[in-house]
Design a protein around this ligand. Sequence first.
Ligand code: SAM
Length: 351
Amino acid sequence: MQQLPIDWGAMSQPRPSAATSTSTPEPGSHSKGCDAVSIGSPEALALTGPAAVRQPAFRSGRASLFHGDCLDWLAEREGESLHGVVTDPPYGLVEYSSLEQEKLRNGRGGVWRLPPAFDGRRRSPVPRFTTLTDADIDSLRCFFGRWAGLLLPVLVPGAHVLVASNPLLSHHVATAICDAGFERRGEIVRLVTTMRGGDRPKNAHEEFPGVTVMPRSRWEPWLLFRKPLRGRVQDNLSEWGTGGLRRVSDDQPFSDVIPSAPTRPAERRLAPHPSLKPQAFLRQVVRAILPLGEGIVLDSFAGSGSTLAAAERVGYESIGTELDAAYVEIARQAIPLLRDYEAVPSPPRSR
Ligand SMILES: C[S@@+](CC[C@H](N)C(=O)[O-])C[C@H]1O[C@@H](n2cnc3c(N)ncnc32)[C@H](O)[C@@H]1O
């Protein structure tokens, strides 16, 4: 099994701030009162910038990955040229700011915390979202409003958009995306047991032994939207190959609950990204996003390229954008490895 060592020290970039603003409102923004919000600093944006996202950093099969800010890339993209989106953005935005990434890479403090090792096993750090301030939430809504406003014109009518989220924040993200003009089409429940929640009161666990402060999380919401149809579903299917979701088989429609094991260590070794999503789950949702299996799938927050690898596996053309140079390098190597990874889907739940 090939391992990809990461030299976090060498990779971390000097991007100090969690949010930047410019006085020029971006096209497509429907977020009233929002300045441009990005998690990159002016230095990073100058480095990546609109010009930098015109050429892919690399191609792998039918997948192309662009290094840069997805907002820049979307602003440059030709209208009505993409057919579906599957993406896993920073749920709380701040956890992928350069400041928090530096803390993660140095193993010190910040929103990334190690879950308690109650069974003696070492676990990967996860971001805590209970620390977000009102200003962080405002930035989150502005960012997703801008993202969705720029995304809408580059999608063909009837295109579906699937966005990973978190139960504490998903309502902010969904509101921003709907305000930008998308139609909400429900949620895909990824049934996965995480290490979030389930704790007794901090420093009072002996006094209140029968109390859990927050439920132990056993699911993850993936928010589903659609660009409004032009005409009827069948008109959109005929014209653009969009409007619906691909069935699992003749007798099985795509459904909104998908059992999913956490990403396995063997897969993490192929693509060492802190938020790696498992191929067994991604292949199912990527396949479903193009109802006729034709068109181009976008992942705006590509990370290790796992969505692009899943698209490769199911035979779709795909495009990704990723802001962080370290993750672009991981993706370059990981996409073919993840594509060939023999993932075992979790069995359906009987109850
Ligand atoms: C939750 S991770 C995605 C992980 C991915 N699903 C995987 O399995 O590897 C979100 C990614 O979005 C990237 N990102 C954050 N802001 C971005 C932006 N404005 N444009 C492009 N990428 C961005 C982060 O660097 C991070 O790698």
